[in-house]
Write a protein that binds this ligand. Structure first.
Ligand code: 13P
Length: 245
């Protein structure tokens, strides 16, 4: 099964807009072996209407602790309670603007698993100056994200390879280089656990995915889907992505 995850970020700013986008997705006949996950801002999670086998709900972030004196935070239990199944963890925008560290990402990934959510851990290099820049940044982020996660839970973790230079720039990676990164990510996981376990981890690509390039990433063997930002907030373009795969 391939995953198409829509990260609406803070592009969607009203419940009406969220509802309109969700309704447009529901009108598309989603192909067999595809699952679509919509990640609206927290406040619109309740406005998304019915889910289905092919359409799940995701959140864009969560806190690493259970409930308590943590003003402003949203826990795994709260998300699970409103029907969330997936949660983005460690998006580069959070790492950059909010100072999220690899340690926080690791704590959140563990809390998501404990809370019955599937964490989608985002990793990616800031710049690609030489052929070693993918391995260095991605290995470090991947290793730290998985630290202390039990082997039997590894398959519930999804990794999104999102090179920072490709996010919101209109310059997507190539399916070939994204595949190299995915192979590399699985190699890092195999070193921590074993090959069989690593092969069970879904690795997605994200960064300037649009209606013209989505199919090439999704149909690439070894890439298990895409994480779409801006293009997922345009109802015609996102429907086009789903129909074109
Ligand atoms: P864009 O698709 O807007 O480049 O964003 C990618 C992203 O950050 C998805 O999480």
């Amino acid at each position: 099964m391939k995953l198409i995850i829509a990260n609406w970020k803070a592009y969607v700013t009203s419940a009406k807009e969220a509802r309109t986008l969700a309704d447009a997705v529901k009108k598309v006949k989603i192909k067999k072996d595809l699952k679509v996950v919509l990640c609206p801002p927290f406040v619109f999670l309740g406005a998304m209407g019915k889910k289905s086998a092919a359409l799940s709900l995701g959140a864009q972030d969560m806190f690493w602790k259970e409930g308590g004196p943590y003003t402003g935070e949203v826990t795994a239990e709260m998300l699970f309670g409103v029907g969330v199944a997936y949660v983005l963890i460690g998006h580069s925008e959070r790492r950059h603007h909010l100072g999220e560290t690899d340690e926080m990402v690791n704590a959140k990934a563990k809390a998501a698993l404990a809370g019955r959510l599937k964490p989608v851990v985002c990793v990616g290099e800031k710049t690609r100056d030489d052929e070693k820049s993918i391995p260095r940044a991605v290995a470090e982020q991947t290793r730290k994200a998985f630290e202390g996660i039990q082997k039997n839970r590894v398959e519930d973790v999804i990794v999104a390879y999102e090179p920072v230079w490709a996010i919101g720039t209109g310059i997507a990676d190539t399916p070939n280089d994204a595949l190299s990164a995915a192979i590399y990510i699985r190699k890092v996981i195999a070193e921590m656990y074993d090959q069989k376990t690593a092969m069970k981890v879904k690795v997605l690509y994200g960064g300037s995915v649009d209606v013209r390039n989505a199919a090439a990433f999704v149909n690439q063997n070894g890439i298990d889907g895409v994480l779409v930002g801006r293009a997922s907030t345009d109802k015609r373009e996102f429907a086009g992505i789903l129909e074109g795969i």
